[in-house]
Design a protein around this ligand. Structure first.
Ligand SMILES: [Cu+2]
Length: 179
């Protein structure tokens, strides 16, 4: 029994496998060049810029209605007064993403009817926040806990500016317009 035959067969078989591998390699190359991607990629992006025009009405001579005498200037999540007049209750989030972190009220400015209760609800983000009215007509404690709430019922018409005391300088400010 010669020992060489089996080894020669295995060599042949091995070279056959190499050949097969070479063919599939070529097939892989040609199929790879077909690249069916690139045609149907949906690159249409709708540009949502329609909301900006609603509030930026020049506001300089009209008593600073747009920025509330500068109170909301630089408050980067302020994009207009959200009209909630007629709503039974309004919720404003405390600690929405704004002003370089979670230092915003959402929405920053809201308009409500006289007698409306506004509920501030803490998101739990951005550390400890409070809700403190300019002039002191309402003020919450400073808390960080998600789900914490603070309420104030606005019985008199007017413009109520408020801020988060620790983050006021960063732009964590808001307004409630009561009419
Ligand atoms: Cu804060």
């Amino acid at each position: 029994m010669s020992d060489h035959e089996p080894s020669r067969r295995s060599v042949l078989r091995a070279s056959g496998l190499v050949a097969v591998a070479g063919v599939t390699g070529l097939a892989g190359c040609s199929s790879g060049s077909q690249q069916s991607s690139g045609d149907d990629t949906p690159t249409e992006e709708p540009t949502p810029t329609a909301t900006e025009t609603a509030t930026s009405d020049g506001g300089s001579s009209s008593g600073g209605a747009a920025s509330f005498d500068g109170w909301l200037e630089g408050v980067d999540n302020y994009d207009g007064v959200v009209d909630e007049t007629g709503s039974g209750g309004v919720t404003v989030e405390v600690g929405v993403e704004a002003n370089g972190g979670n230092y915003g009220f959402g929405p920053a400015a809201v308009k409500v009817s006289t007698g409306t209760t506004v509920t501030w609800e803490w998101t739990g983000k951005g550390a400890s926040h409070n809700v403190a009215a300019e002039g002191g007509s309402f003020e919450s404690e400073a808390v960080a806990e998600e789900g914490h709430t603070f309420e104030h019922t606005f019985e008199e018409a007017g413009t109520y500016k408020y801020a988060c005391t620790p983050h006021k300088a960063m732009g964590m400010k808001g307004v409630v317009v009561v009419e």
